[in-house]
Write a protein that binds this ligand. Structure first.
Ligand code: HEM
Length: 488
């Protein structure tokens, strides 16, 4: 009996796949019944290598099934732009995927995981908050906060006394404090127990969701996957922590003294209740948006900075040139500020090159098609999951000759001024472009220049140069490595 049912399922799945191919979908691998192309991709240690190989066979827009879901992968700047900018209304939803969705998005709330009008409202509100605290407009408020954090960061690095240390730990502490200050209105000491526990949960979920990925495309796996079960437990702990913080804010809320993101959200939730609008933001949205800032805003930025210091020890002559520029423009005692960026084009060029070569989010975050549409003459049905292969743009040899080579000069023009490229899209493009791009760049410039002003980074005596092969996490991150500093 079981054998009959199994054969029937396989036959139906095969027919479905063949039928799917006749619906004028973008070309792509046929895959196997039930699992689709999962096994093809599993052969690759880094997903983007698999996507790059499939592109050479099927072209810039290709499709494949992974389990029960249809995926379309967009390669190259033109294809990504045609979909995300040219047809933003069709390509801006997020897929509802089990492991990520219900547990991680608080049932489709917040910014990263929501869709449609609720996403628009949540995103617009969060943008307003960032503007209020001086991020999207680059006003002084958050700049002062990052400068203050840079002083703690410099002290912590100084305390390593020339001994080898893991930069990623201190970088994460500093970056987390910027989000802590923005969202909770306070910073914590590096190594603070509660913050470490919270960040540990975020990190654990990221690791687990890589293991529990199959749940997203083969839903039945959820009943047997210990990783998925642990994700749900960790998420409950995260939301419990966030709820506690919101409650503490409610107790001390003063409409005349709005301290942070939570206060602004409380104000919005209360005024929405009074207005009785049909689509008002509520506590579920607030909890999910807070969680989004911690998931999207910490590891990404700290990975970027960690890569930056890694490139400095690999390319000491680039480090020296940056230090000479900082000495000339700022000197050794005044703290760097954002206004210095104009005079330090080589620092900005280095930052842009790190963001390109590290390609921290090689496939950004999955989008989903809101209603049936077409792209380059192919049908893209509603519910298709769309993967923008960002790394295919950041490593396109037509745009960046010798793309594997670390070369900040490519971001300078003949007059030594910063050269910007539309195709430089480490933060993605279109309506869903990263909400924290300006904040990340502010942090990058201020932390990076403050540290290089004070220290020279080196490889510990006798150690091998750091391994530049990335590992998968929230983004492509460097393997753990230690370095040393010398006070300048
Ligand atoms: C170097 C650092 C960062 C990189 C490379 C990065 C990259 C990205 C990428 C590729 C996306 C997906 C865009 C898409 O779906 O097409 C994204 C989304 C997002 N990022 Fe960032 N990000 C960084 C830092 C930050 C920071 C500091 C914040 C804090 C506010 C942040 C908040 C977000 C949010 C809220 C979204 C979801 C946007 C939406 O769905 O509408 N990111 N980011």
């Amino acid at each position: 009996m079981i054998a009959y049912i199994l054969s029937a399922v396989i036959v139906l799945a095969s027919l479905w796949m063949v039928f799917g191919r006749t619906r004028n979908l973008p070309p792509g691998p046929m895959g196997l019944p039930l699992v689709g192309s999962i096994l093809t991709l599993r052969k690759y240690q880094l997903l983007h290598d698999g996507l790059a190989d499939l592109r050479t066979v099927y072209g810039d827009v290709f499709s494949m099934r992974l389990g029960s879901r249809l995926f379309v992968v967009l390669n190259g700047y033109d294809a990504i732009r045609e979909a995300f900018v040219g047809q933003s209304d069709h390509f801006s939803d997020r897929p509802e995927m089990l492991s990520m969705w219900k547990a991680i998005t608080n049932h489709g709330r917040g910014i990263v995981g929501s869709s449609g009008s609720r996403w628009k409202k949540s995103r617009k509100f969060a943008q307003g908050v960032l503007r209020h605290f001086g991020i999207t407009t680059r006003k002084a408020n958050l700049e002062r906060q990052i400068q203050e954090e840079s002083r703690y960061f410099v002290d912590a690095v100084d305390n390593t006394n020339g001994k080898p240390f893991e930069p990623a730990l201190l970088i994460t502490g500093a970056v987390a404090n910027i989000i802590n200050s923005l969202v909770f209105g306070e910073r914590t000491d590096y190594g603070d127990e509660e913050t470490e526990k919270f960040l540990g949960l975020v990190d654990r979920i990221v690791k687990l969701s890589l293991k529990a990925g199959a749940v997203d495309v083969i839903p039945l796996v959820k009943y047997v996957s210990p990783s998925y079960k642990e994700i749900v437990i960790c998420m409950e702990q995260i939301f419990a922590f966030v709820k506690k913080k919101i409650e503490e804010h409610r107790q001390t809320f003063d409409p005349n003294d709005i301290r942070d993101f939570i206060d602004m959200y409380i104000q919005e939730v209360e005024s929405s209740k009074l207005s009785g609008s049909s689509l008002s933001l509520d506590d579920l949205d607030m909890e999910a948006a807070i969680k989004d800032f911690f998931f999207a805003g910490i590891e990404t930025t700290s990975i970027g900075l960690t890569w930056a210091f890694m490139y400095m020890v690999r390319y000491p002559e680039i480090q020296k040139r940056i230090q000479r520029d900082i000495d000339r423009v700022i000197g050794k005692t005044r703290q760097p500020c954002l206004a210095d960026e104009e005079e330090l084009p080589y620092v900005t060029a280095t930052m842009l090159e790190v963001l390109r070569i590290a390609s921290i989010a090689p496939t950004a975050a999955p989008h989903c098609v809101a209603e049936d549409t077409t792209l380059r003459g192919y049908n893209i049905p509603q519910g298709t999951i769309v993967i923008p292969h960002i790394r295919s743009v950041l490593f396109d040899p037509k745009l960046w000759p010798e793309p594997e080579k670390f070369n900040p000069e490519r971001f300078l023009d003949k007059d030594g001024k910063v050269r910007r490229f539309d195709e430089h899209i480490p933060f993605s493009t279109g309506n869903r472009i990263c909400l924290g791009e300006h904040l990340a760049k502010m942090e990058f410039f201020l932390f990076f220049s403050s540290l290089l002003q004070q220290f020279t980074f080196t490889i510990p005596k006798g150690a091998e140069p750091p391994n530049m092969t990335p590992l998968y996490g929230v983004g492509l991150k460097p393997s753990i490595y230690k370095l040393c500093v010398e006070r300048r």
